[in-house]
Design a protein around this ligand. Structure first.
Ligand code: PLP
Length: 305
């Protein structure tokens, strides 16, 4: 079940559309060139989470692509329409914490060729059940080269690294490559040997003891200027973890740092924290520490808005 709401200047709350019928023109450049942007966020108990962070990132992506998209108020009203329609048509069952979850996606494409008017729409759908399973079971991950060095984003802004564009075919191909080799997911590396991000996630690692065995609480994520998407989940989790006494750090992170960590996660708005069991076949930390830290950080993330 999917609900679609198009942003439409003549309909302030958006225009509901039948998701099973054609809704985009075949000449829309989102379809013909992948020329557009998107966001994925979770609505918990009917409230979109981190919505300001998602709308700001949508605005930054739009700026990178020189796309004139509708303002935050139009998106908020369309999101509300989509949530109401989805909850009425397909009320989500409560999760293990008694919360209901709905996936909201925001899309803006460059619109039909020649018209120069972006097409913008909101989609509401159920959370894929595989994600809860991944959180519980953990992930086998492959390191795959992205092919760019970690400083390319500044030198080549036309690559749109760090924007959340509709051109995700490469990311999906990387995931299929991993699946064909029996792995669940991917961590991209740069040509100069830095850890970047997953195809649909940020990378996070934790240390809970120093080299001499002293207990510490340290979270590290790759530096945000290395051509990666700044994750809203990473941002929210860092803010909550700082309050809870964690020391926070940004990369550069190298593959050896992942293998040395006490725990590694792939994190994103819909999947939340999925622990990594193995990278390129090598175990990361211990199952006990991984489970304990996943529970602790997931509880912190659940408190964020
Ligand atoms: C490439 C990439 N990096 C990171 C993320 C995590 O972003 P967020 O935490 O805002 O969902 C995503 C989310 O889909 C992504 O596609």
């Amino acid at each position: 079940m999917t609900v679609l709401v198009f942003l439409d200047p003549s309909r302030p709350d958006g225009r509901l559309a039948d998701a099973t019928a054609p809704a985009l023109l075949a000449t829309d450049q989102g379809a013909t060139r992948g020329d557009g942007i998107f966001e994925s966020l979770l609505a918990v108990n009917g409230l979109p989470r981190k919505v300001d962070a998602h709308l700001s990132r949508l605005g930054r992506s739009a700026h990178s692509l020189d796309l004139a998209i509708p303002g935050p108020d139009a998106w908020m009203r369309a999101i509300a329409t989509a949530l109401t329609a989805f909850a009425a048509a397909s009320p989500p069952a409560p999760d293990e914490h008694g919360n209901t979850n709905i996936v909201i996606k925001l899309f803006a494409s460059r619109g039909v060729e020649g018209a120069n008017t972006p097409t913008a729409w909101v989609q509401a759908s159920a959370v894929p059940p595989a994600l809860a399973e991944q959180r519980a079971r953990g992930l086998d991950v492959l390191l795959l080269e992205r092919g760019y060095d970690s400083t390319i984003a500044q030198r080549a802004p036309w690559l749109l690294l760090g924007a959340k564009t509709l051109s995700y075919a490469v990311n999906m191909a990387a995931l299929r490559h991993a699946h064909a080799r029996g792995a669940d997911d991917v961590i991209f590396t740069s040509s100069d040997g830095h850890v970047l991000e997953g195809p649909t996630s940020s990378v996070l690692l934790a240390h809970v003891s120093d080299d001499d065995g002293t207990p510490i609480k340290r979270l590290i994520t790759p530096n945000l200027d290395s051509g990666i998407l700044p994750g809203t989940t990473q941002g929210a989790l860092f803010a909550a973890a700082r309050e809870a006494g964690w020391e926070l750090g940004y990369g550069p992170v190298e593959p050896a740092d992942l293998l040395d960590a006490d725990a590694v996660w792939l994190i994103s708005s819909i999947r939340l924290l999925a622990p990594v069991n193995r990278i390129d076949g090598r175990d990361i930390g211990t199952a006990e520490v991984r489970a304990r830290l996943t529970a602790e950080l997931s509880a912190l993330l659940a408190q964020t808005h």
